[in-house]
Write a protein that binds this ligand. Sequence first.
Ligand code: PHE
Length: 356
Amino acid sequence: MDELIKAWDGECVIVSHDRPSGAWIFIAIHSTKLGPAIGGTRMKHYSELKDALEDAQRLAAGMTYKWAAAGLRGGGGKAVIALDHPLDQQERASLLRRYGTLVRKHRGLFLTGPDLGTSSEDMDIIAQEAPSLVFGRTLEAGGGGNPAPFTARGIFTALETTAQRLFGKGGLSGKKILVQGAGSVGRELIHLLQGCGCEVLFSDIEEETVRLHRNEKGLSFVPPEAVYETACDIFAPCAVGGVLNEESIPRLRCRAVVGGANNQLAAPEDARRLQDRGVLYAPDFVANSGGAIALIGIETRGWSREEAMRRVVKAVRDNLEAIYRTADHEGISTDEAARRLAQRRIDEGAPENEDS
Ligand code: PHE
């Protein structure tokens, strides 16, 4: 773990061992150049502790780019709560309260919101200990609620923008889209795609989710091990990170990858690998920025939900079009183009982009 911290380009990592539950907490602060670090809290089990630290570090860096690309004044950070064993509801709630205390003690260095494994209800609990440092509380508690519909709308916009570029006027209609992961975001995305005449294929590892989508919604199911070689127009990874790698990229049979998962590329070189295979990649931190943009706007700028939706669509479309153009002109990967866009805003100390 010392190697991971030494090699990281971020600012610091807060480490805490929660003795009562045995969980480890890592809060990775990647950059506070544009403002206090804001990022979700991920809670799950990791087979090795160092994977949890690495996840926090990589996700925190992703948040730096996400805020910068969105033109919002936020720094990059992320928290990972690595569970030692499954917790019952009460143990889980008290862990979240202790975690809230930890967040409060850092007095605004880090603000948080929901992420994989945490919900708006969990945010309500954390916020009891860390008031005004938590986004995405339930609507009843005065928060912006579940960000998934906004995240899904952003991904859907990214799919439309990409389809227009690849297939012209007809856009997404009649296209075959493979959604990997029908969790909170994937499920919403599937719904939007069905509404616009796409042929939707899906994959998931949870039996219950598979049953629901296959039987009740009549969608074609692709077994997890067959996802990469399944022919489709656009592949939409909406589950875990690292799915685009040396091993999976040569197997892909799609024209583009546009999804909601964070850190889809296992390594920076994978952007080139996709480009060499002629697969257009929508950089994840742009495609999935909708939830983050909407929550910040609703909770700190007084946007209505409609206003937030409108801004998400515009931010994702404008950014992605600019990124595809730059990548084309300069012969660089779309990931590189997106990072340059974000980095430029960081270097300029980006003033808030009022139209994003
Ligand atoms: N976890 C989400 C993301 O990765 C959303 C989020 C919203 C996180 C607001 C923090 C604050 O974008």
